[in-house]
Design a protein around this ligand. Structure first.
Ligand SMILES: *Cc1c(COP(=O)(O)O)cnc(C)c1O
Length: 406
């Protein structure tokens, strides 16, 4: 497969200038748009006359010019035909699944997914008679065995949250295609690094709240897909984004557009620092998990699907065995060493640390947590890029020694 560089693809998109020739796009905050010729209003409603077909924008829950610019950049980055921006990552996931599955349908999902996604699949969707079988997504026999006649979707994260299991996207897409299923992939942990559509994913989702925005100051999401599906999301009669209404605000879209130019550099730096820390921790004998380490069970698989130059991502985990030790480590790192912050979320410029089992994965029942390899003492670290790296390494070493993890 020819090499793909998402950063290059993104900047090959036609640049949009602001009003008066501004180098940044303008923010179109209008909720509604003037139709100059009333005779074409019905055609606009029938979807026959978009702004690209001599018509105009209609209403900002449907399409908005600023949100559209962001969608074009993100579609280019993910190498999909189209993208639909949403108000949150969860809105993107919920709308994608509700658009592709209906009452009586079934989903085969990775057991290692974001807590909110796990609750959506395991608790909310069953109320609408959409059921899910959770499987170890790295076990292709188990994935295949879980497929039923009523299955519609295989759902996974590229790098599972928080165990950092890597999904074999090529194998999953072969299986999906062989059974007429859609492969839906949440790529939140690995923008730029992995382009799931290049490995057969039909729908690619991001929480833009994380690395893509990078400043932890807004909530947003996106669904990248082919044009046909993007139009279905916005259909006036049945479109899940159009009718359930979680569309993106143009002000958020503008902020996100302004952060895209630094995304490639940021991802490289998150990866470089996480790799340096993971290597040091491994040498110290700490129970560290990082997909860039050759000891990670899917290291070779990941190397085979990564776009070159972006490293192995900004997330690593340390297993402290018990929640008490995990909390002691995080407290020391935050309050004594000023290494980072105890906070959920990830992809921020500063380092963020959380004990997954009792926070972002707490929706997952304890039995399931242990089955998916989530220890109660697991600390997830989203490695930031502020401060001097060698100083950061010393801070981390001090804390590890203080807590007695090595
Ligand atoms: C945060 C996150 C989500 C949810 O995104 P929001 O923007 O918070 O709604 C979904 N998937 C993953 C992997 C996440 O980390």
């Amino acid at each position: 497969m020819p090499e793909f560089n998402p950063d290059h693809a993104m900047w090959a998109v036609r640049r949009e200038f602001g009003e008066h020739g501004g180098v940044t796009p303008s923010i179109s905050r209008s909720s509604t748009f003037t139709v100059m010729d009333p005779a074409i209003m019905p055609e606009i409603f029938d979807g026959l006359r978009g702004p690209d077909k001599g018509g105009c924008f209609l209403y900002s829950r449907h399409f908005n010019p600023t949100v559209d610019i962001l969608a074009r950049y993100l579609a280019a980055m993910e190498d999909t035909e189209a993208a639909v921006c949403t108000a949150s990552g969860m809105a993107a996931i919920a709308c994608a699944l509700l658009q592709t599955c209906g009452s009586g349908d079934h989903i085969v999902a990775s057991d290692t997914v974001y807590g909110g996604t796990h609750a959506l699949l395991g608790e909310l969707l069953p109320e609408m008679a959409i059921t899910t079988t959770f499987v170890d997504i790295t076990d292709m026999t188990a994935v295949k065995a879980a497929i039923r006649p009523e299955s519609k979707v295989i759902y996974t994260e590229t790098l599972g949250n928080p165990t950092l299991k890597v999904a074999d996207l090529n194998a999953l897409s072969r299986l999906a295609n062989g059974h007429g299923l859609l492969l839906v992939v949440d790529n939140t942990f690995s923008p730029m690094m992995i382009t799931p559509a290049r490995h057969g994913a039909h729908v690619v989702i991001h929480s833009l709240t994380k690395f893509i925005n990078g400043a932890s100051d807004l909530i947003a999401g996106v669904i990248c897909s082919d044009k046909e599906m993007a139009n279905r999301f916005m259909d006036l009669h049945r479109g899940r984004v159009m009718l359930l209404g979680p569309t993106m605000d143009p002000r958020s879209a503008f902020d996100l557009i302004q952060r895209l130019p630094s995304l490639a550099m940021r991802m490289r730096e998150h990866s470089r620092r996480a790799m340096a820390m993971a290597k040091r921790l491994e040498v110290m004998g700490v129970a560290v998990v990082y997909p860039g380490l050759s000891t990670h069970p899917q290291h070779r698989l990941l190397t085979g699907i990564c776009n070159p130059g972006y490293g192995y991502g900004g997330i690593l985990t340390i297993d402290c065995q018990t929640r008490e030790k995990a909390e002691a480590l995080m407290a020391f790192l935050q309050n004594r060493e000023q290494f980072g912050f105890i906070a959920v979320s990830l992809g921020y410029f500063d380092t963020l640390m959380s004990c997954s089992g009792s926070s972002t994965s707490s929706e997952i029942p304890p039995e399931d947590q242990s089955r998916m390899g989530l220890s109660p003492g697991l600390v997830r670290i989203s490695v930031g890029y502020t401060g001097d790296l060698s100083q950061r390494m010393l801070q981390l070493e001090n804390a590890i020694k203080k807590i007695g993890l090595a």
